[in-house]
Design a protein around this ligand. Structure first.
Ligand code: NAP
Length: 248
């Protein structure tokens, strides 16, 4: 019997990999972003109820290879994946995008968590947050001298000191330049996602001498195989799908 793959998605590269999978495989999404309707493989939307739930699904669905192509900051699902694969006795592979590296002219300051971020933000007045929706929980912490621009997938109400704008990548450098200019951004707040689609903001920060506060990457669990690019992973999957099942 050939392998049946469960691909955990959530980043652009995962969708590209899903496009290569045949109808016996399953592409899994949390249900936050858009759900593609044009894939040959099956699409499953929604969580599993933790590692135990995922392990039960792997067993019931006869999955023989689990592939974690989730976002580098989606640490919970990655931990669940590694643990569930162990429980189910199947291999777990992961796509780990290389992190962005600071270049000459960059002023990057890494912060460990939200508390450290708020401290590092203190000297600034007009931050641009590109952390997704998490800062929405902290709108009542905005100091009186700051005005926040918060970019998330979808616009939503902010408050008198915060505007939330909705935008989906990939972002073009000229648009990012316009955003920094119009809003007089004096500091950028970002994860280190390593994505080409969201990199232009870093280039604009460099051009304008704007510091970047970078939320540290979470530690991800050890898995059986790690790939740095979708191309490498797709090639390995093409082989695995053809090959008979083997022990992890
Ligand atoms: P998370 O904290 O690691 O996961 C939270 C829960 O969401 C998981 O425990 C799981 O629920 C469910 N889940 C996550 N990914 C799933 C998938 N591919 N298929 C089925 N269930 C999934 O993740 P997050 O940071 O909230 O991110 C949610 C999703 O958005 C992820 O798929 C991630 O790849 C994507 N994303 C995240 C970011 C980011 O910055 N964090 C950015 C872009 C895209 P159960 O425990 O019930 O199984």
């Amino acid at each position: 019997m050939s392998r049946r793959i469960l691909l955990l998605g959530g980043v652009t590269e995962a969708l590209a990999i899903a496009r290569q999978l045949g109808p016996e495989h399953v592409y899994s999404l949390a249900g936050i972003g858009r759900v593609p309707q044009d894939l040959a493989c099956q699409v499953r939307v929604g969580g599993y109820g933790g590692a135990e739930g995922l392990a039960a699904y792997l067993h019931e669905a006869g999955i023989s290879l689990l592939v974690d192509a989730t976002h580098p900051y989606a640490a919970q699902i990655s931990r669940n994946a590694a643990c569930a694969a162990r429980m189910a006795g199947i291999p777990c592979w992961a796509l780990h995008r290389p992190a962005w590296q600071a270049q000459p002219g960059d002023d990057w300051r890494e912060v460990d968590d939200w508390a450290a971020l708020m401290k590092a933000l203190a000297p600034f007045e007009r931050p641009l947050f590109t952390l997704g929706r998490e800062p929405l929980q902290h709108l009542d912490e905005i100091p009186p001298r700051q005005f926040w621009t918060l970019r998330a997938l979808d616009a939503c109400p902010g408050n008198e000191r915060c505007e939330v704008i909705g935008a989906r990548g990939p972002f073009r450098i000229e648009d990012e330049r316009g955003l920094f200019e119009r809003r007089a951004i004096d500091v950028l707040v970002s994860k280190n996602s390593g994505s080409v689609a969201t990199e232009p903001k870093l280039e604009v920060a460099r051009e304008r001498g704007v510091p970047v506060l970078i939320l540290k990457r979470p530690l991800l669990p050890a898995v059986d195989r790690v790939f740095a690019s979708a191309a490498e992973l797709t090639a390995a999957l093409a082989n695995a799908a053809k090959m008979p099942e083997q022990a992890p």
